[in-house]
Ligand binder design. Structure first.
Ligand code: NAD
Length: 265
């Protein structure tokens, strides 16, 4: 029987999109658990603020300017992290955006942008991290930030739902390929979390549908939860920590849904 361990001392983690929201909370939580963390984001100024907050509490972190859709930026960023801290043991591929439009009105450019950030970003960061994970003697853990939309569809979210479903495939293949190198793969699937990504949608949807913001929250976003509660960034950070610190491969290839019962496997 294996016991629970929440200690990441000596581990090095890269968290993309960690200047804000869910990624930021994961990065801070990992640093508190002892990991050195790369704060990789397109917004370098905000990434540096996350780094400063971690360092103020005695943690180790590095701000990395990274557009996850750029192969060279991803490779350079991963190398910078390894140069600074000596390895990469954990990757959280989390950077993401949302674009909402019905399929018949959706611009092809917006479709491609969504697939690039969510899927190309996941592939490029994984490939870059594996160059190091496959050569060290330790284990490696890759966590993709999926969504309830990795399992469910919603109106007007075709590119997002498609990309989030796609992450399940990448995760499952990596779980199989990575096994011989002791590399595990997981997808975390949150319900609605009140981050800037979601805060923006509430007034937009209220305007679009001619309803109040309260109705958007209760009658659309949280309608299928069991308790009308948002998932929190802390919930997701604790789940990521659990997976990153777990000592065996037992969860490899799995998606874990954290959604107050909105979606039940
Ligand atoms: P957020 O907007 O608070 O943070 C996203 C971060 O990603 C930002 O710091 C942004 O600068 C960064 N980013 C955007 N494009 C980038 C790029 N090309 N390269 C690097 N960084 C980039 O959003 P969030 O809600 O914390 O979302 C984080 C992840 O969680 C996303 O993948 C999102 O799809 C997923 N998710 C969010 C929710 C939710 O309800 N908020 C639910 C399920 C899944």
């Amino acid at each position: 029987m294996t016991s629970l361990n929440q200690d990441l001392s000596g581990k090095v983690a890269l968290v993309t999109g960690s200047a804000s929201g869910i990624g930021k909370d994961i990065a801070v939580t990992f640093a508190q658990a002892g990991a050195a963390v790369g704060i990789a984001d397109i917004n370098l100024e905000a990434a540096q603020k996350t780094v400063d907050a971690i360092k103020d509490k005695g943690g180790k972190a590095l701000a990395i300017a990274m557009d996850v859709t750029s192969e060279s930026a991803v490779n350079d960023g991963v190398k910078a992290l390894v140069d600074e801290f000596g390895s990469i043991d954990i990757l959280v591929s989390n950077a993401g955006i949302q674009i909402i439009n019905p399929i018949h009105k959706l611009e092809f450019a917006d479709w491609k942008k969504m697939q690039a950030i969510h899927l190309d970003g996941a592939f490029l960061t994984t490939k870059a991290a594996l160059q190091y994970m496959y050569t060290n003697d330790n284990t490696g853990t890759v966590i993709y930030m999926g969504s309830v939309h990795s399992h469910e569809a919603s109106l007007y979210k075709a590119p997002y739902v498609t990309a989030k479903h796609g992450l399940l495939g990448l995760c499952r293949v990596l779980a199989k390929e990575g096994a011989e190198y002791n590399v595990r793969a997981h997808v975390i699937c949150p319900g609605f979390v009140k981050t800037p990504l979601v805060e923006k949608q509430i007034p937009e949807q209220a305007k679009e549908k001619g309803i109040s913001e309260e109705e958007v929250v209760n009658d659309i976003m949280l309608v299928n939860t069991v308790d009308k509660e948002f998932t929190s960034t802390e919930d997701i950070a604790q789940l990521a920590l659990f997976l990153a610190a777990f000592p065996t491969n037992v969860f490899t290839g799995q998606s874990i849904v954290a959604s107050h019962g909105w979606f039940m496997n």
